[in-house]
Every structure is written in C-alpha cells, then in structure tokens.
Design a protein around this ligand. Structure first.
Ligand SMILES: NC(=O)c1ccc[n+]([C@@H]2O[C@H](COP(=O)([O-])OP(=O)(O)OC[C@H]3O[C@@H](n4cnc5c(N)ncnc54)[C@H](O)[C@@H]3O)[C@@H](O)[C@H]2O)c1
Length: 430
C-alpha cells in the first residue's frame, strides 16, 4: 500500500511514521518547504518523532511539497490545520486548499480520509462536492471517510496504536476501506454510522475538556479568595472512585484542540439558530483565566513591595503543556504579553522552546533566569525543571501546583483500571 499524508505536523508526521513502521510506503506532502527539507535530512521537528526513527524509515517515506505525487497513493489522509480566525470563527482556508489540491490529482479507487478537526457535516457538505469536481463520484469511484486525530503530544501510554480510532464512512464501503487502512496502525477501530457522528464525537471530546477546565479554574478563583488550597480540594474529590474525573487548575487552556474545537460547534450552532450556551460560558471562563493569573502575579509583586512596572518576572515553561514545545494558544503567551503591557521586564526559561519571536524573547538558561528575576512564575511544569529547588531561591507564583510536594500533603492512591478496561487518564492539566 502507498499512503499519502497531507500536512506533516503534530498529527501527520507520527501517522506517516506509523504507516512506514507497518511496512507501507508513504508520500508525505507539506506546503512548508523548510519542514520538507528538514525531513529529507532526517531531522524531526515533532517531539514524539525521534530523528533516529525518521532516518531508519527514510527509505519508505518520501517528503515532498508536490501534491501531484499523491496520484500514486492508494489512500490520502488529510491532516492540515483547522485554526480559528482572529474573530474566533473556523478558518477553513488551509483545509479547503488541501482538499482542492487532492481533487486535482484524485484517482479512481482512491480512499480520502480527513483527520483534521471540522464541524459536523463538513465532510459531506463541503469536502465531498470539491472532490467530486474531479468528475469522480464519492462512494462509487472513490471512497471518503472522516476519522478524527486523537493524539495527545508527549504521551507515551496512549499512542496512535493504543488509542481506539473512530471512523465514519460516507457509505458502508467507504467505512470498510478506512477500517482496513487504520487496522494497519491501530489496535482497535471503532466504526460509527456516518462522518457526522465521528465529526461531532471529536468535538464532544474537546468540549468536555474545555468545560471541565473552566469549571475547575472558576472554583480555583473562589478557593483563592477563601484561602482554600484548590489542589487539596481536587485531591480530596479524586478519592471518589466513581462519578468524578480529575482536572487540575492551571493558567488556562492551550494547544490545537481544546481552545479551538468548541468554537467549531458554537459556530455551527449559530448557523442553525441554536445557542451553545455551555460552550460559550466555558470559553469565556477559559479566556479569562490568563488575566486572573496576571492579577495573581501582580498581587505577589505587591506583597514583595514591587510594582509591575520594571519588575523582572521570569516565566518557567511557556509551552501549552509539560514535556512538549508547542506554544500554540499557550496561556503563557497571553500572560507574558499582559505583563509586558504593564511594564514588567519579562524573561522565560523553557527547555523545549528556544525562542518566542512574537514576544521578542529567547529562553534564558535556568540559573541565569533565576538569578536575574524578582519573581518566578511556574506556568508550565516541565519534568526536567526542579521547581522545588527554584522556590527555595526566589519568590514563586505556582500556577500548576508543582511546588506542593513541599507541604507533605497525602496523595490519593493511584487508581488502576480493572483488567480489560481503559485505565483512568492522569490528571488533566487545565
Ligand atoms: N496537535 C494536536 O494535538 C491535535 C490533536 C487532535 C487533532 N488535531 C487536529 O489535527 C489537525 C492538524 O493539526 P496539527 O497539530 O498536526 O497541525 P500542525 O500545524 O502541527 O501541522 C499541519 C501541517 O500542515 C501543513 N499544511 C498546511 N496547509 C497545507 C496544505 N494545504 N497542504 C499541505 N500541507 C499543509 C503545515 O505546513 C503543517 O506542517 C488540525 O485540524 C487539528 O485541530 C490536532
């Protein structure tokens, strides 16, 4: 089999590698010539893909900017970005550009799968007609399915292979083709009756996290006002073995899914004159959370007798979650920008993020960063940084509960799933 992957980012590159590991030939297409050149040199830019693996599988992976190469593929999987516009509406331009590209080279008998997150109905309403401009008919001359990406970058337990893969085919035959494709790289494939069910299931997954993050972050503000340790509250609630799922407070949501996907649902709802009030409310709380963090930081400076203006504030961790270098939608960017607007001298240390061009900053070595600041703020707790040691050297605002071990609070026992069930996820960082 030859598998074409369009978009070689956090989703597409690990997928390309998985197919190559299973012995398939892969044609990876990306518009970004710099990324393609890096891949050809065997250099990975995605944490979950070691360069050594890339080099070992190089004979089976062809990275190119030429869409025409997809014509030789049995299946084409589209993994391009689906971000938001500045007004928080779906920005479908990259996806539609990719779909037009695929339509231009579509061959009879090919399977086209969308992994990019989209609104319910888009595969059928928007993607299918463009592909059919090729003169080929979906479900007859070519197959079409939606199968959402469910990756969690930096995670080693639920890999692509170990995470059940949802598939919604346009027709039963389309679903059959997609199931055969993914059975190659996933242990479990879950068929649903239509692309719409799979599209909406993905949005439900992201929205579930967004709503729960908003809930715990809102309670964190109240707990702070009442001088109650919210982390101890969450620890306590998490001892209940049923009916509760742990989400930890944090500086606000980030990444490519949780801050973005719920807006795809509310946008579609508006078209149907339906207000998704739960989603809007969660979005509002989540967007406010970095502002609340800035208030906490300025309060801490005040307690040190310092104004925000001219104070030296060092952010520890600017990626949106620990262990990765992805800064998209990261709360740290918003916090840093607000602090800069208030006149603070902001620096940061992040072993995964060498520079933040949008803020004109580069990562400072940890020792130097600590020596040169009035206050350190733990925004993202990367495991490689000893936050307890930092808190002994400099005043710290801890937005992740990373220094709590010093308080000798009893941790609840780790829950494990009975045989045959999926183990509970570790704490969700909000
Ligand atoms: N990153 C995640 O954790 C995650 C998780 C689940 C779902 N998703 C979804 O998966 C999709 C891809 O996300 P990602 O994080 O991999 O994005 P990414 O930005 O890491 O990678 C996308 C790649 O697509 C390329 N690209 C853009 N337009 C293209 C085009 N027209 N043709 C070919 N290549 C093109 C870009 O250059 C980039 O390399 C999005 O819809 C996202 O919402 C992402």
């Amino acid at each position: 089999m030859t598998v074409g992957i369009m978009g070689l980012g956090y989703v597409g590159l690990p997928l390309a590698l998985s197919f190559a590991e299973s012995g398939e030939r892969v044609v990876g297409v990306d518009l970004n010539a710099r990324r393609v050149a890096q891949l050809r040199r065997g250099e990975s830019y995605v944490e979950d893909v070691p360069s050594a693996c890339l080099r070992a599988l190089a004979p089976r992976i062809e990275a190119t900017t030429r869409i025409a190469k997809l014509a030789i593929c049995d299946a084409v999987v589209i993994c391009v970005p689906t971000p938001l516009t500045p007004n928080h509406e779906p920005d479908l331009a990259p996806l539609m550009s990719a779909v037009h590209g695929v339509a231009g080279v579509l061959q009879p008998g090919q399977l086209v799968v969308l992994e990019s997150t989209i609104y319910p109905g888009m595969t059928r309403e928007r993607v299918r007609p463009v592909l059919e401009e090729s003169g080929l008919v979906a479900g007859e001359d070519f197959h079409l399915a939606f199968s959402p990406a469910r990756i969690d970058p930096g995670r080693s337990d639920y890999t692509l292979r170990a995470t059940p893969k949802l598939i919604g085919g346009l027709t039963p035959a389309c679903g059959d083709r997609a199931e055969t494709l993914y059975a190659d790289v996933c242990e479990k494939v879950v068929r649903v009756s239509s692309p719409e069910v799979a599209e909406m299931a993905k949005l439900l997954e992201s929205t579930f996290r967004s709503v729960n993050m908003a809930l715990v972050n809102e309670l964190a503000v109240l707990a702070d006002r009442m001088a109650i340790d919210i982390y101890e509250v969450v620890d306590a609630a998490a001892t209940k073995p049923f009916g509760f799922m742990r989400f930890d407070p944090g500086p606000g949501m980030g990444g490519q899914s949780v801050p973005v996907d719920p807006f795809y649902v509310s946008w579609k709802g508006r078209e149907l004159e339906f207000a998704t009030e739960f989603i809007e409310l969660a979005g509002k709380v989540n967007q406010q959370t970095p502002y609340v963090c800035v208030e906490r930081i300025e309060r801490a400076l005040n307690e040190l007798g310092l104004p925000a203006r001219s104070s030296r504030v060092c952010l520890l961790g600017v990626a949106y979650k620990s262990g990765v270098g992805d800064t998209r939608e990261s709360a740290a960017i918003s916090i840093a920008r607000r602090l800069q607007e208030h006149g603070a001298v902001v620096s940061y240390h992040d072993p995964h993020v060498p520079e933040l061009p949008s803020l004109g900053l580069v990562s400072t070595p940890l020792d130097e960063a600590i020596r040169g600041c009035d206050l350190a703020v733990i925004v993202t707790a990367h495991p490689s940084v000893d936050h307890l040691a930092v808190s002994r050297q400099v005043p710290v605002v801890d937005l992740r509960g990373a220094t709590r071990a010093s308080r000798a609070v009893a941790r609840p026992p780790v829950r494990t799933a009975p045989a045959g069930q999926i183990a509970p996820r570790p704490a969700e960082a909000a």
